[in-house]
Design a protein around this ligand. Structure first.
Ligand code: HPA
Ligand code: MG
Length: 209
């Protein structure tokens, strides 16, 4: 699929033996798809791109919990650092909403949006949303008529015939596999893992509900 937003293609999967990771997850993971350091370096560049595009606007960052919290926190931190070191600073406000649609590794029909009842403060502001399940949320957010909406997603999965819109800022394109770590969970586990990894079959069984 040809997209306008550039991103890094990740096909390789690194052996877990090459990295440190919490020993309580040994046996639960197959491999490391994106090491933490690479995530941080890529996030720094996304922050630069966002600054270049939105530098003249006040922005409201809409962080999609729970899976987006780490990416959002690191991205905001990078934008602040770039702001500090330049003579053009971006006033930023950060708001949190929660989406939940996954049970085990399957997407469920009902998507819950919590904390999004009143987003009227968005009117006339620019937004950078971070998170993964964006379609429903975007419809909801558009109703509040912000001046501009930009979506930042750390990961995009390569799926055939995808009708989903591509985020304006994409960190990495990965194969269509269930991944965990860097705040992404499997039934609430693995958020405390820094690298983005592929969960193993035994890991899926162990934490199944
Ligand atoms: N991992 C964790 N949560 C998710 C994923 C995933 O691959 N896809 C959608 N929600
Ligand atoms: Mg989840």
């Amino acid at each position: 699929m040809q997209t306008s937003s550039e991103s890094i293609f990740f096909n390789e999967c690194y052996s877990l033996d090459l990295f440190n990771y919490p020993t309580h997850y040994s046996g639960d993971l197959d491999c490391v798809i994106i090491p933490h350091g690479v995530i941080m370096d890529r996030t720094e560049r996304l922050a630069r791109n966002i600054m270049d595009d939105l530098g003249d606007h006040d922005i409201v960052v809409l962080c999609v919990l729970k899976g987006g919290y780490q990416f959002c926190a690191d991205l905001v931190e990078r934008i602040k650092a770039l702001s500090r070191n330049s003579n053009h600073t971006i006033p930023m406000r950060v708001h949190f909403i929660r989406l939940r649609s996954y049970l085990n590794d399957q997407s469920t029909e009902d998507l819950h949006i919590l904390g999004a009842e009143d987003l009227s403060f968005l009117a006339g502001k620019g937004i950078v949303g971070t998170g993964k399940t964006m379609e429903t949320l975007l419809q909801h957010v558009k109703a509040f008529k912000p001046k501009m909406i930009k979506v930042a997603g750390l990961l995009v999965k390569r799926v055939q015939h995808s009708l989903a819109s591509v985020p304006d800022y994409v960190g990495f394109e990965i194969p269509n596999r269930f991944v965990v770590g860097y705040a992404l969970d499997y039934n609430e586990y693995f958020r405390d893992l820094n690298h983005i990894c592929i969960i193993s079959e035994s890991g899926k069984k162990k934490y199944k509900v």
